[in-house]
Design a binder for this molecule. Structure first.
Ligand code: IPD
Length: 262
C-alpha cells in the first residue's frame, strides 16, 4: 500500500471517533466568545498526529488544536480534526476531518472526510480530485447572477472590527448579484462542494491554514481557481480567500468589498 493510501486509511479510522462523538451530546469549551472546542477535536488530532507523523516524517505537523503559532514550516501537514466544530456540537451534519500536505507553498495531497454523510474527498497534485472514487469537476457556470456562493463568518465578528465590516459590506454588494448565499459552517467541506459543482464560488476572511489547506487542492484538481482578494496567488497566510469555478472568478472579486474600508 503506498503512503497516500495509508493516509486515507488513517483518516477513515479517525472518522469513527467523530461519528461516535456526533451520536452523543457534546460539552464544548469556548476558545473565544464564539469559537468552540470539544474533547473530540483534541482526541482526533492526537490520533491523527500519532499515526501520520511517522508516515510523513520529513514534514512538520500543524494541527488546529496544538499549533503554537509562528512561521509556517516549509513542508507541513495541516490538520483540522473537526472542521465545523459548531456544526458538530449543534448536530448539523456538515463537517469534515481535513488533512492537507504542502511543500514550498504548493499543495501536494489532500483529504477531507465527512464521516456523518460518508463523503470522502481527496486529491493528489496532477491526478484529479475525487469524492468516494468519483472524479470531481467544478460546475460550468459563466454568470455570477446564476451562481450559489458559499461563505462563512469570522469568529472575531463580536469585536465588530475590520473583518466584520468586510463581511457586511461584501454581503451588501454581492447578494443582489448572485442567486443565493450558503453559510454551511465548514470551510474545508465548502471548498469540496465547490469542487463538486454544488456551489460556484466561495469566499471568507480570517480562515486558518488548517481550514483550507486540503480544500484548496481539491478545488484546483477539479478545475477551479483559488486566489486572494487582489486576484493573486493565494498563500496560506493571506487573510481572505476567494475561490470559484474560474469562469466567475473576476465577477466574484469585483463584487466583494475592499478590506479595511468601513
Ligand atoms: C471553522 C469553519 C467555519 C468557518 C470558521 C472556521 P473550525 O472551522 O471552517 O466554516 O466559518 O471560520 O474556523 O473552527 O470548526 O475548525
Amino acid at each position: 500500500m503506498n503512503r497516500f493510501e495509508e493516509l486515507k486509511k488513517i483518516v477513515k479510522e479517525a472518522g469513527v471517533i467523530v461519528k461516535n462523538g456526533y451520536a452523543k451530546t457534546v460539552d464544548a469549551d469556548k476558545k473565544s466568545a464564539t469559537e468552540l472546542v470539544t474533547k473530540y477535536d483534541k482526541e482526533v488530532e492526537e490520533f491523527l498526529i500519532g499515526q501520520i507523523a511517522p508516515l510523513y516524517s520529513e514534514y512538520k505537523i500543524v494541527g488546529e488544536e496544538s499549533f503554537k503559532g509562528g512561521k509556517l514550516p516549509e513542508r507541513a501537514i495541516f490538520i483540522d480534526p473537526i472542521d465545523g466544530t459548531t456544526n458538530f456540537v449543534h448536530k448539523f451534519p456538515h463537517l469534515g476531518i481535513s488533512v492537507g500536505i504542502w511543500s514550498s507553498g504548493e499543495a501536494e495531497e489532500a483529504i477531507v472526510y465527512n464521516p456523518i454523510l460518508e463523503e470522502f474527498f481527496y486529491a493528489q497534485k496532477g491526478q484529479g480530485a475525487f469524492c468516494n472514487e468519483q472524479r470531481l469537476y467544478v460546475a460550468d457556470e459563466e454568470n455570477l447572477q446564476n451562481s450559489i456562493i458559499a461563505t462563512g463568518f469570522p469568529y472575531v465578528k463580536h469585536e465588530m472590527g475590520a473583518e466584520y465590516w468586510w463581511v457586511i459590506n461584501s454581503m451588501q454588494k454581492l447578494l443582489p448579484k448572485i442567486r443565493d448565499i450558503r453559510r454551511l459552517g465548514a470551510a474545508a467541506v465548502d471548498l469540496c462542494y465547490l469542487a463538486q459543482g454544488k456551489v460556484n464560488g466561495f469566499y471568507e476572511v480570517n480562515l486558518q491554514p488548517w481550514d483550507v489547506a486540503a480544500g484548496i487542492l481539491i478545488v484546483q484538481e477539479a478545475g477551479g481557481v483559488v486566489s486572494n482578494l487582489s486576484g493573486g496567488k493565494y498563500s496560506l497566510e493571506d487573510n481572505i480567500i476567494v475561490a470559484s469555478n474560474g469562469e466567475i472568478q473576476s465577477q466574484l472579486l469585483n463584487n466583494l468589498a475592499e478590506f479595511g474600508n468601513d
